[in-house]
Write a protein that binds this ligand. Structure first.
Ligand code: PMP
Length: 367
């Protein structure tokens, strides 16, 4: 008999690992990568400089409190730095929240086409995922509330959501918070907040400041252009910050990440340029693709969801293969329950024009 091997806890091997956006195309072409919602403008040059400088002292442990980064964030948004917890991407913070607040017998709730990581972290914590249906590819507060049970401990809401690009206005978010039991933690995942230009949108800072049971997570991976460094932050009630600080790694951000993140936060002109770019190209791509006869879900973020008709040679899978041959990578979203759609990140002007032309060719090839 073979000797017994170590076994992960029950359920761990039932988790389907997160599949990142692809980055390679056949034939060694330089890809046009529009699959991971990264910014076409790259990071602030000041962040890159700070990163490089931090490289001269790599033998030292980083500041375990990430003070420079927390203070830069606090200055920018007028927050209490003690309530900011930083992580290796908002992924880490979402994971820490699940591990701190969920366990076997508990339920974690999220919406039908919500960010895939929620299911993973809920299962990893040994808890049960519960899915609330959406209406028109948008979170539905009543549907979420209808799925709350005495076991519900955490509700994850991506606002705006990935991959749909839809959002809930602040009144609806407030209604959700007010109607949830007070012992349920509401996690507002605002990874794309900086891109949103809508009067009725708020990322959730005020709700965090005025309730004891709401957390907001943010990231440096999207508009800040620092996805490769892995930096995220959470704004928390004091008790939640305390819980997360107890279980996070003591040095969970590298010194170059802390330095680059702080410099990026101080270069708001760079962020404004990225918002401006998106404001120009998000509507352009949306309308150009609609003109081709494809349906696009209206997005407030830096990506759009394109819906394809069924049928061999015309569907999302066929388009994905067609684009890849041309070196263009979009994101298949079948794992999000959207097998008929592809998600497209807004790119540079050149990339946007290339993808529009390639989509026109694809649609024209079976007109
Ligand atoms: N939340 C949402 C909604 C996202 O789309 C992403 C990135 N795919 C994340 C969180 C995690 O981003 P990061 O870990 O890079 O901060």
């Amino acid at each position: 008999m073979a000797p017994a091997a170590p076994k992960p806890r029950p359920g761990v091997l039932d988790i389907e690992a997160y599949v990142p956006g692809e980055s390679h195309v056949p034939g060694g072409l330089k890809p046009v990568k529009l699959s991971s919602n990264e910014t076409p403008l790259g990071p602030s040059p000041k962040a890159v400089e700070a990163f490089t400088q931090a490289g001269s002292a790599l033998e030292r442990y980083p500041d375990g409190q990430a003070s420079a980064l927390r203070h830069a964030i606090a200055r920018r948004f007028g927050l209490n730095p003690d309530r900011i917890v930083c992580g290796a991407g908002s992924d880490e913070l979402i994971n820490l929240i699940a591990h701190a607040y969920l366990g076997p017998g508990d339920e974690g709730l999220f919406t039908e086409h919500g960010f895939l990581l929620y299911r993973i972290v809920i299962l990893a914590a040994g808890a049960t995922p519960v899915v609330a249906p959406e209406t028109g590819l948008k979170a539905d507060v009543d549907a979420i509330l209808a799925r709350v049970t005495p076991r519900t401990r955490v509700v994850f809401l991506a606002n705006p959501n990935n991959p749909t690009g839809t959002y809930l206005g602040i009144d609806e978010v407030r209604r959700l918070r007010a109607s949830l039991p007070s012992d349920v933690l509401l996690v507002l995942d605002a990874a794309y907040a900086e891109y949103v230009r809508r009067n009725d949108y708020e990322a959730g800072l005020e709700l965090v400041a005025t309730t004891e049971n709401t957390v907001m997570t943010r990231t440096f991976s999207k508009i800040f252009g620092l996805a490769g460094l892995r930096i995220g932050w959470a704004y928390c009630p004091a008790a939640v910050a305390d819980a997360l600080n107890r279980i996070r790694g003591p040095f969970n951000l590298s010194a170059p990440s802390i330095a680059a993140g702080a410099a990026a936060m101080d270069d708001w002109a760079h962020i404004e340029a990225a918002v401006h770019h998106n404001e120009q190209w998000l509507p352009w791509l949306t309308s150009e693709i609609e003109k081709l006869g494809l349906r696009v879900t209206p997005s407030v973020a830096n990506f759009i969801l394109i819906h394809f008709p069924d049928g061999p040679g015309r569907d999302a899978a066929a388009c994905d293969a067609f684009l890849k041959q041309k070196g263009i990578i979009l994101r298949r979203v079948a794992g999000y329950g959207l097998p008929g759609a592809l998600r497209l990140t807004i790119g540079t002007e050149d990339e946007n024009r290339k993808v529009r032309d390639a989509l026109a060719e694809f649609v024209g090839s079976h007109a």
